[in-house]
Design a protein around this ligand. Structure first.
Ligand code: F6P
Ligand code: MN
Length: 332
């Protein structure tokens, strides 16, 4: 069997499909290399004191874990010198990180959630890294927040690594969604899911049900109908899963279908997840795999962001279910 590595995949995308420039290829390879280092650190578990709080809060007001900070540093150190980037932003930093003057600057912007789901670290449940790549606007040499505020449809690449039983890298460069598994002996990501397609229908939903009393009527209606099972309006039984690590929940949906929801509710009025670091990259990955992603009202990838750390309601996964929940919102 021919083993296709990430490098080979990217070169083929460059040669045969014109989807990837040499600079973008290098950038993605550097991000993947950083993910390997983070995967290694995560796998040390309590031996490396992972899950320990560092005593600080990030810009979102959440307690930073030692590994949140380490993952952010690993990604910055790996990416700052290569010459592909004009600047980076991260869920863990207040504003854009400028490329130091001693290094050349490039044409891309990198956005990242260095360690998604990190509240799961101390209980040994999967966490991951989410990233998104945009083009730096023409003529901008010191990108400020505004340079990053582009709708998700402008992403030239997006991906995430999930550090689970296996470390898996999911990627899209706008030509479908593919998955690679880390071969730890060889140290390379090997193509294992060549064309990920999310089934259009599903019998599985993912939502944090502890927010039920805060949900709006459309979400409540959808979940009630699922829970009613065979004898209810849907005429079938539904299963529920909630890992509370977006990377793990989305990976499951890419693997076997499902609908993932973190909607706006009375407590999370703007939503819980971040548009730039979580919703946009996941929306592109899911759409490229034949799924859909909305905030209940409109396609996530069409939304014009207003702020770097903006939050948003998210409904994504199997197309027919996402369209149904979105319809419950828009037909009110
Ligand atoms: O990064 C935010 C996040 O940890 C996601 O990975 C996950 O889907 C969600 O928050 C979990 O939220 P909750 O703690 O409300 O279940
Ligand atoms: Mn996150």
């Amino acid at each position: 069997m021919r083993r296709v590595t990430l490098t080979q995949y990217l070169i083929e995308q460059q040669r045969n499909h014109g989807k990837v420039s040499p600079e973008l290829r290098l950038l993605i390879e550097v991000v993947a290399r950083a993910c390997k280092a983070i995967s290694h650190a995560v796998s040390k578990g309590p031996l490396a004191g992972i899950g320990d709080a560092v005593g600080s809060l990030n810009v979102q007001g959440e307690a930073q874990k030692k590994l949140d900070v380490i993952a952010n540093e690993v990604l910055i150190e790996a990416n700052e010198w290569g010459g592909q980037l004009a600047a980076m932003v991260s869920e863990e930093m207040d504003g854009p990180y400028q490329i130091p003057n001693r290094y050349p600057k490039g044409a891309f912007l990198l956005l990242m959630d260095p360690l998604d789901g990190s509240s799961n670290l101390d209980v040994n449940i999967s966490v991951g890294t989410i990233f998104s790549v945009l083009r730096c606007p023409e003529g901008v040499t010191e990108p400020d927040d505004k340079a990053f505020l582009q709708p998700g449809a402008k992403q030239v690449a997006a991906g995430f690594a999930v550090y689970g039983a296996a470390t898996i890298l999911v990627l899209t460069v706008g030509n479908g969604t593919v998955g690679f598994t880390l071969d730890r002996e060889l140290g390379s990501f090997v193509l294992t899911q060549e064309r990920i397609m999310i089934p259009e229908d599903t019998q599985e939903f993912a939502i944090n049900a502890s927010n039920m009393r805060n949900w709006g009527a459309p979400v409540k209606r959808y979940i009630d109908e699922c829970l009613a099972g065979k004898t209810g309006p849907r005429g079938k039984d539904f299963n529920m899963r909630w890992v509370a690590s977006m990377v793990a929940d989305v990976y499951r949906i890419l693997s076997r279908g499902g609908v993932f929801m973190y909607p706006c509710d009375a407590k999370h009025k703007e939503g819980r997840l971040r548009l730039m670091y979580e919703a946009n990259p996941m929306a592109l990955i899911v759409e490229q795999a034949g799924g859909a992603a909305t905030n209940g009202q409109q396609r996530i990838l069409d939304i014009q962001p207003g702020a770097l750390h903006q939050r948003i309601g998210v409904i994504l996964g199997s197309k027919n279910e996402v369209e149904r929940v979105t319809g419950y919102h828009t037909q009110q």
